[in-house]
Design a protein around this ligand. Structure first.
Ligand code: ADP
Length: 740
């Protein structure tokens, strides 16, 4: 009776669990596809191990649990009659769900020994354990029950049929839940392992690619050096030729300077590659560090003079003989000073100071090096990033600089290599301050970190200095160059901050044009307004005002809006920046450009303007449909026409009263009208007067002398002469003809 009742209870329970099981299975489907879990469902029965030295207990237990089923699975009994027998059985049956274990068998604690073996040695924490004993006095301590995850403890007499059912049911439920969780954990672990190994594989591939890139990079850079050396060497030979004309010498110097510049950049790239490959060591010499520092900082004096910068060098006079890597110290200081000079505007201040801790042991010493400038500073949020490779402060180029973003990262990496520290303080109003602490000597270095090299002669400039500041050591020349003013030739205004580029363009165009030069957009705009050129060639990236802004301002300024603009761009800028930008430029030329192409394009633009002149010349008449006036130039012509018209009967109205009314200088008005309609202001006034005269004659305004005065002529015969020139007839003849 009791059994039936319980079995029903079990059946019901089993149904519920089956449903749960299904749900659970569905949830896991995703995992199962990837890896079949070790599932408790894979066996058709629950393995229950009975460990007892009394055969009776075995048979009673079997009998009591006869017909037991949980989740549709029955019990499969395993039997052991001693602890040792059980120990041998256990490894063969890893999926035992429950053990009924007699505490007292061959020894008093044989049962507990087995428990310890299962939990501690076999590390099995899944199998459920129910202890039984015929001697109530030998019950294990509570702590032991808790520590060894023992499910229940019963005296054998307590284990009635009913109690056996409940304890078995509860234990199998726990085992089932634990195994499900275990399966889940196992599946998740498998997935994590798989993903981790996938990632590791990817990582290895990325590293391999990275190494390949570095190798390629390094090989290519290296390959650049030979041809560059073969350019620089012969150029240096050519440059010593005393017979060279100054123009040729200038050109060769540009080539030399710029080849050195490329060499400098290539060497920087090679340094980065070496650092990446971990193959850069310190090459230390024993020499006077202060002298080397003075030599390096001294290389910037001529640049300071040229840029009108107050440059203070504060390096102790005393000799500081020690071990140091000259080459790296030089690279660091040259980079910091080059940046300071690059970013500090004219009349700014730069200080380079060195202090050293005066300790008795020179080998255990460091120097503090500070390079401070009064430049634009670095925004606080970007301070951290400026030492990152290829990082450039946003819009940095607008402030008037170009660069690669390599300098500071190289500086930092070299400093670290020397076990030094570098930091920067910057205040956008006051400028930047780079603070460097460099240990000197070799005591702080491990033997594999350095090699001692021959002490070289330290007089004179190293190749690194030549390559990196050669741009600045160029001869001080008249910054802006003007060819003699020749009225017949079109004026071309070149706006570029790079003196070499200006020189190159000037050399290309000087035969056909009168050349003017400006060093940035701001100066370019002022000069354009002043001289009203026939063509303006401008670089895109420039300090103070870039090419885009210059172009926009020019195109909206009535005085110079007609001037065609050629924008010079680097290829990458052309693709990235110009695309989609309405710059208003009339033509683009990408660098490097060919001189012939520049000449042809310049001539074409000037030629096109001539055609426009004819169009406007034709258009400028007294009958204008105002609704059609649109462009700045058309509006300008309309304003000029109205001013003349307003004063048309005033015979004293002439060029001298015309240009102030237009708000322009005499020269601006002259050049603008010449450029737009190919007429001088005087010619325009006379032409409009004559047009009005013809108009009045046609309308029978009065006799010729009345018309003459009405249109502001005060000399009848001069009027008649001019009229005939324009219309081919004398005014009286014209009058007769229109009457007919
Ligand atoms: P590059 O000068 O070739 O752009 P660097 O690595 O030398 O690259 O410098 C990174 C950036 O840090 C520069 O683009 C510039 O914006 C900023 N920077 C460096 N030195 C200074 C300085 N003295 N004053 C202002 N900004 C600076």
């Amino acid at each position: 009776m009791e059994n039936n009742h319980i079995e029903k209870l079990f059946e019901h329970d089993a149904r519920d669990r089956k449903e749960e099981g299904k749900l659970f299975k569905n949830d896991k489907e995703g995992f199962q596809k990837e890896k079949a879990p070790i599932s408790v469902d894979s066996t058709n029965s629950w393995k229950v191990l009975l460990v007892d030295d009394e055969e009776d207990i075995h048979s009673v237990t079997r009998m009591a649990l006869k017909g037991f089923a949980y989740q549709g699975k029955e019990i499969q009994f395993l039997h052991a009659y001693s602890g040792d027998e059980a120990k041998q059985l256990l490894p063969k049956h890893k999926d035992i769900a429950l053990i009924f274990l007699d505490v007292v068998m061959e020894t008093n604690h044989a049962g507990l020994d087995l428990v310890k073996h299962i939990r501690d040695v076999m590390k099995n924490h899944f199998t459920q354990i129910v202890l039984r004993t015929g001697y109530p006095g030998v019950a294990p301590e509570r702590e032991v029950i808790a520590a060894y995850e023992i499910n229940d403890y019963k005296t054998k007499t307590e284990l009635t049929t009913f109690k056996l059912f409940t304890v078995t049911l509860a234990s199998l439920r726990s085992y089932d839940s634990i195994m499900r969780l275990e399966n889940l954990r196992h599946n998740l672990e498998t997935i994590v392992k798989e993903r981790t190994s996938e990632l590791e594989l990817k990582n290895v591939k990325i590293m391999e690619m990275d190494q390949m890139k570095t190798r390629f990079f390094s090989n290519v850079s290296h390959e650049f050096r030979t041809p560059l050396t073969l350019i620089i060497g012969p150029l240096e030979d050519l440059l010593v030729d005393k017979e060279l004309t100054s123009n040729k010498k200038d050109t060769l110097e540009i080539m030399h300077r710029n080849a050195l510049r490329i060499l400098g950049l290539v060497n920087q790239l090679l340094d980065l590659a070496k650092i990446d490959a971990g193959s850069m060591k310190l090459s230390i010499i024993y020499n006077d560090l202060n002298k080397v520092l003075r030599l390096i900082s001294g290389s910037f004096i001529s640049m300071a003079e040229r840029k009108k910068i107050k440059y203070t060098v504060d390096i102790p006079e005393e000799v500081m003989n020690c071990f140091f890597d000259r080459d790296k110290v030089e690279k660091i200081l040259v980079n910091l000073l080059s940046n300071a000079f690059k970013f500090t505007p004219e009349h700014g201040e730069i200080t380079c100071s060195v202090t050293s801790e005066n300790r008795s042991n020179i080998d255990n010493q460091y120097i503090d090096l500070v390079v401070q400038d009064s430049g634009p500073g670095i925004p606080a949020e970007q301070l951290e990033k400026i030492f990152d490779r290829f990082y450039q402060v946003e819009d940095g180029w607008k402030k008037g600089t170009s660069g690669t973003g390599i300098g500071l990262s190289l500086t930092k990496e070299l400093t670290v290599l020397m076990h030094g520290e570098i930091r920067v303080e910057s205040n956008p109003e006051k400028g930047s301050r780079f603070i460097l602490r460099l240990p000197v000597g070799k005591d702080h270095l491990k033997s594999k970190e350095y090699i001692i090299v021959e002490d070289e002669e330290i007089e004179g400039q190293s190749l690194y200095i030549k390559c990196n500041i050669s741009e600045n050591s160029q001869k001080i020349r008249d910054d802006t160059y003007e060819t003699s003013y020749n009225n017949d030739r079109p004026i071309v205004l070149i706006v570029d901050d790079n003196q070499d580029i200006r020189h190159h363009i000037r050399e290309s165009l000087v035969k056909d044009f009168t050349i003017k030069e400006a060093v940035n957009g701001k100066e370019g705009l002022e000069m354009a307004i002043d001289i009203v050129p026939d063509l303006l060639i401008t670089d895109l990236m420039m300090p103070e005002m870039d090419g885009l802004e210059l172009c926009r301002k020019l195109k909206t300024d009535e005085r110079i809006s007609h001037v065609p603009v050629v924008m010079l761009t680097a290829k990458a800028e052309a693709e990235n920046k110009i695309e989609g930008l309405e710059t208003g430029a009339d033509d683009y030329i990408t660098k490097p450009f060919n001189s012939k192409e520049l000449i042809i394009r310049s001539k074409n633009l000037i030629e096109q303007r001539k055609k426009l002149k004819e169009k406007y010349n034709h258009q400028i008449s007294l009958e204008v449909d105002e609704s059609e006036i649109k462009s700045v130039d058309e509006k300008f012509l309309e304003r000029a026409r109205k001013i003349i018209e307003k004063n048309i009967s005033d015979c004293s109205f002439d060029v001298n009263s015309f240009y102030p009314e237009m708000g322009m200088s005499r020269m601006q008005l002259f050049r603008k009208l010449k450029a737009l309609v190919n007429q001088t202001p005087g010619e325009l006034i006379r032409n409009l007067r004559l047009q009005r005269a013809a108009h009045l004659i046609k309308r029978n305004y009065g006799n010729v002398s009345e018309v003459t005065y009405e249109v502001g002529f005060n000399n009848l015969s001069y009027f008649a002469k001019c009229f005939k020139e324009k219309y081919g007839l004398l005014p009286s003849e014209y009058q007769k003809q229109t009457k007919m």
